[in-house]
Design a protein around this ligand. Structure first.
Ligand code: NAD
Length: 248
């Protein structure tokens, strides 16, 4: 690990523009389970696809029940060493913005301006109407859900209200995809942190950065399909790996 951290430190020092790209693995030390590890969310529940959510009131109710069951976990989570190390790069001016697949809002809490967190899969800490996009507080949804026993619809356009996340089968957010593409194409160091790199199109960004001339570093405790093309692979715990960069 020490030599990996040293190499990473040198690569960061040499780079003018470092773009981090994060997945659920950066938040496991904050108490939020990832999808695919043992004990991960998918080992418990099959995800509800967007079409099912739209078509079925039962699916909507189930999606909201699952979300409310996670509320204490999300509410208690605080940024970990990985989040804080990346926020340090941002404060130091090395990192213009961060690309994340995470929906937990922890990069914003760690010090990134909301505008500089490019959320490919949305955010679970608030809700949106799937028709007009109007934003709702989760507490508002919870109160309506408890009163009516079913998931609420938008007060403006009557379409279903869903967490502001991107489900399987749902269109990717265009603006986030465009900004992530620009960052991947123009950085000189791309850090893929805590992602199994199997969810597409998100998993295309590390390859895109590499193909455009950036160095690619993968930090993950299990192997990924892109390890072969990376300039440095640190197959270790994220908190321990990035801990030395907190506050630098
Ligand atoms: P993933 O679950 O597929 O992969 C996470 C990876 O991180 C795994 O390879 C795992 O071995 C590794 N990992 C876990 N803890 C680690 C640690 N402490 N140190 C080093 N590595 C660690 O997650 P993904 O690639 O982000 O993709 C799947 C989707 O999961 C995304 O779409 C995201 O929206 C969603 N998701 C997000 C959260 C969150 O916001 N925190 C939580 C669960 C799922």
């Amino acid at each position: 690990l020490r030599s990996g951290v040293e190499q990473l430190g040198n690569m960061i020092a040499e780079a003018a523009c470092v773009v981090p790209f994060t997945g659920a693995g950066i938040s496991t030390e904050c108490g939020i389970p990832d999808f695919r590890s043992p004990g991960g969310l998918w080992t418990r529940n099959r995800p509800i696809a967007f079409d099912e959510f739209v078509a079925s009131a039962d699916a909507r109710a189930e999606a909201w029940r699952r979300r409310f069951a996670m509320e204490a976990t999300f509410a208690a989570a605080r940024p970990g060493r990985g989040h804080r190390a990346l926020a340090s790069l941002y404060k130091a001016g090395k990192t213009p913005a961060i690309i994340t697949q995470n929906i937990d809002n922890l990069h914003q809490v760690s010090g990134f301006r909301a505008d500089d967190v490019i959320e490919l899969h949305g955010n679970t800490t608030y809700a949106r109407c799937i028709g007009c996009g109007h934003a709702y507080d989760l507490l508002w949804v919870k109160q309506r859900f408890e009163e009516a026993g079913s998931a609420p619809d938008c007060t403006i356009c009557d379409e279903p209200v869903k967490t502001a996340t991107i489900s399987f089968g749902q269109a990717m957010p265009e603006d986030a995809m465009r900004r992530a593409t620009e960052l991947a194409q123009h950085c000189d160091l791309f850090l893929a942190v805590g992602s199994s790199l199997v969810v597409w199109p998100a998993a295309g960004f590390p390859l895109m950065a590499k193909n455009c001339g950036a160095k690619l570093v993968i930090i993950n405790n299990e192997s990924t399909e892109q390890d072969d093309v990376a300039d440095l692979v640190i197959r270790h715990d994220i908190g321990e790996t990035l801990g030395p960069f907190v506050g630098n």
